[in-house]
Design a protein. Structure first.
Lengths: 325, 324
């Protein structure tokens, strides 16, 4: 049995889990582009592919029975170029890390943390101090959090937000049973009834036909004037121009943005995440798509991948099966 | 009822408190504690004083019956110099706000939020997951040690356990109800607790047992990656020892909201320490504002207003700390 780990993240994974893999499994690692000349000899013999992509112009890999993605998304695998009957599995482990990010961002926005800590560090300004009679900032207690997309991430957010004493609402495409901490789950089509209730809106939905452009100018206008928007899902769920205008003109209170409308490319490695200067707005926390990118997430994914390879070698049912080609 | 709002802060909160008071009070407001000429007659007739400072050299206050502090800690009240028969009350309601601050800074330090945002604002995607950038930390599975398991400590514990943290605590007096904590150490055995912690939260009041508690030796007991969060009082931690531990990377980082130095009218932008904590990259600093939320302020002012009403009506008071 032979496993091919292809690409940088897969190569790291191979190094991380090698000792835990079945001793009989042969492991081939092809990381750098130069190594890819070997792809022609390795691919035809591989039973397992661990990677984040597979392209149509790669050499045929006729023996492949398991394609194990190192990420949750499998959109970079050209399924048509994989042999028939091959199982495609993905990996998770990021939900709890992203949920931590959402609650962190919610707290930082309500507490005006960046402004206060930034002023104190740069200028020694005590203006926000309680003992100096400074203007109070907000708190999460008693506010309403609306979670758009009540899936794996949304549930973890709700669980962590509940002990802060906030009311939790959610909107989801398909009907979901609410955990006790969630006050109410709206159908996604009734999102417009949820938005005006919320002091914080967290976008935790997948990108699809129903969610592309979901948060547009009219929906941003439904939000409270001081409300905060947090997006850890995909940039395209939100109308880029409308969000920039709302934040610039303070028609909403602020935002935390981890996912973007555009990404760096090989030719433009420092390309900004948007055509608008979100990074210049004081009420916006910007991060480079790394809300789930924690040590713990990497370890959990490695464990899931190692476990699935064991299952495959034993002939057991696979976990996280996305598709069978 | 002769009521004196005393001190700069007392003067500032007088209007919002009085807006909540329903009983009739005969109110004097004196912001400047150094104005002896006005302080002598004001204290001579005051039955209630609202303020968080009482100094030894204050003139006589023979009619004083209630000292209602506007703070939780009584460390600025010189109790021995108060006349006999005075009930001292504090305020609460800040616990949830401070617990939010503690969780926020725990998360921000673990996720390296400030570094990542600062670099990304400047245009660097280096912290990004897509490019296989360096990973940051998280709270899941971490051990949080709370020094001082009172109202704030309990609120922190409740929230931290929802993140999958194990919470342990050290407290001066024995604790019957553990709340969300898994284990409580006597404060005298804190040295056994510190090495276990990924995050140490100082949530104790300042007193004989806690002044200078976290000294160089105890900082050395902490893990080299451990985080220290102080929302208690600065003097619980040795200033120089903490600075050198952070500067030399002997602990992982800190979030500090309480300080060794505070501003004065002469020096309104006084740096909060004689050491340059504000230049250390692994330290989040804020100007004593963890309790400064709109909600906490409202809850605290309501405690004061409620006690003034109760005192006038002769009803039992809340938040009684001691009587002289």
């Amino acid at each position: 049995m032979k496993a091919l780990f292809l690409g940088g993240v897969a190569a790291d994974t191979a190094r991380g889990i090698r000792a835990e893999l079945p001793p009989a499994l042969e492991v081939e690692i092809i990381n750098d582009p130069i190594g890819r000349v070997r792809l022609g000899e390795v691919a035809p013999q591989a039973d397992i592919l661990v990677s984040n992509h597979w392209r149509a112009d790669y050499p045929p890999a006729a023996k492949l029975r398991l394609v194990q993605s190192v990420a949750t998304g499998v959109e970079l695998f050209d399924l048509a170029a994989l042999p028939k009957g091959c199982a495609v599995c993905n990996a998770f482990g990021h939900e709890t890390a992203i949920a931590e990010f959402v609650v962190m961002a919610m707290l930082a926005l309500h507490h005006r943390f960046f402004q206060i800590a930034g002023e104190f560090r740069a200028h020694g300004s005590w203006a926000s101090s309680w003992v100096q009679g400074g203007t109070p900032h907000g708190e999460v207690r008693g506010t309403t959090l609306g979670i758009v997309g009540y899936g794996r991430v949304g549930r973890e957010v709700a669980r962590r937000a509940a002990p802060f004493g906030c009311r939790i609402l959610a909107a989801n495409r398909s009907p979901r049973e609410a955990a006790p901490e969630v006050d109410r789950i709206y159908p996604l089509a009734e999102l417009d009834r949820m938005l005006p209730e919320c002091d914080t809106v967290a976008i935790c939905t997948a990108l699809g036909p129903e969610t592309t452009g979901l948060i547009d100018a009219p929906r941003l206008a439904l939000m409270k004037r001081g409300a905060f928007l947090i997006n850890i899902a995909r940039g395209q769920v939100i109308d880029e121009d409308a969000l920039y205008a709302a934040l610039r003109d303070n028609t909403i209170g602020g935002a935390a943005i981890d996912v973007w409308w555009q990404y760096p490319t090989h030719d433009d490695p420092t390309r900004r995440g948007s055509r608008h200067p979100f990074h210049e707005l004081p009420n916006v926390i910007v991060t480079p798509h790394n809300s789930g990118w924690t040590q713990g997430m990497v370890r959990r994914r490695w464990d899931e991948i190692a476990d699935n390879i064991h299952r495959f070698c034993r002939g057991d049912n696979l976990a996280n099966l996305v598709a069978t080609v | 009822m002769k009521t004196l709002f005393l001190g700069d802060f007392g003067a500032r909160v007088a209007p919002p408190i009085l807006a909540k008071v329903t009983e009739k009070l005969d109110t004097t407001v004196l912001g400047d504690l150094g104005d002896t000429q006005r302080l002598i007659p004001a204290l001579a007739e005051a039955e209630i004083v609202v303020g968080h400072i009482w100094r030894k050299e204050f003139p006589e206050a023979p009619r004083l019956k209630l000292l209602q502090s506007t703070a939780a800690g009584l460390d600025l009240i010189d109790v021995p110099s108060l006349p006999g028969g005075v009930t001292i009350c504090n305020v609460t309601g800040h616990e949830p706000a401070i617990a939010e601050y503690v969780l926020m800074t725990m998360l921000a330090l673990s996720h390296r939020l400030l570094d990542i945002v600062t670099a990304f604002r400047a245009g660097s995607w280096a912290g990004g997951g897509a490019g296989g950038g360096p990973v940051h930390g998280e709270l899941l599975g971490k051990t949080v040690g709370i020094v001082g398991y009172g109202g704030i400590g309990r609120e922190v514990a409740k929230r931290a356990t929802a993140f999958g943290c194990t919470v342990i605590a050290a407290n001066r007096s024995p604790i019957a109800d553990l709340g969300a904590a898994a284990e409580i150490y006597p404060l005298g055995e804190i040295d056994r607790m510190l090495p276990r912690c990924d995050i140490v939260v100082i949530a104790a009041g300042l007193g004989r047992e806690t002044r200078g508690l976290i000294d160089a030796n105890r900082l050395a007991l902490m893990q080299p990656t451990a985080l220290l969060i102080n929302i208690g009082r600065a003097l619980i931690v040795d200033e120089e020892a903490l600075y050198t531990a952070l500067r030399d990377g002997r602990i992982g980082g800190a979030a500090l909201d309480v300080w060794w130095r505070y501003p004065s009218p002469a020096e309104p932008n006084a740096r909060p320490s004689r050491f340059a904590f504000h230049e250390l990259p692994n330290v989040l600093i804020t100007p004593h504002c963890s309790s400064g939320t709109d909600g906490a302020r409202d809850r605290r002012l309501s405690v004061v207003a409620g006690n003034l009403d109760r005192f006038v009506r002769g009803e039992p008071l809340t938040n009684v700390v001691m009587a002289t």
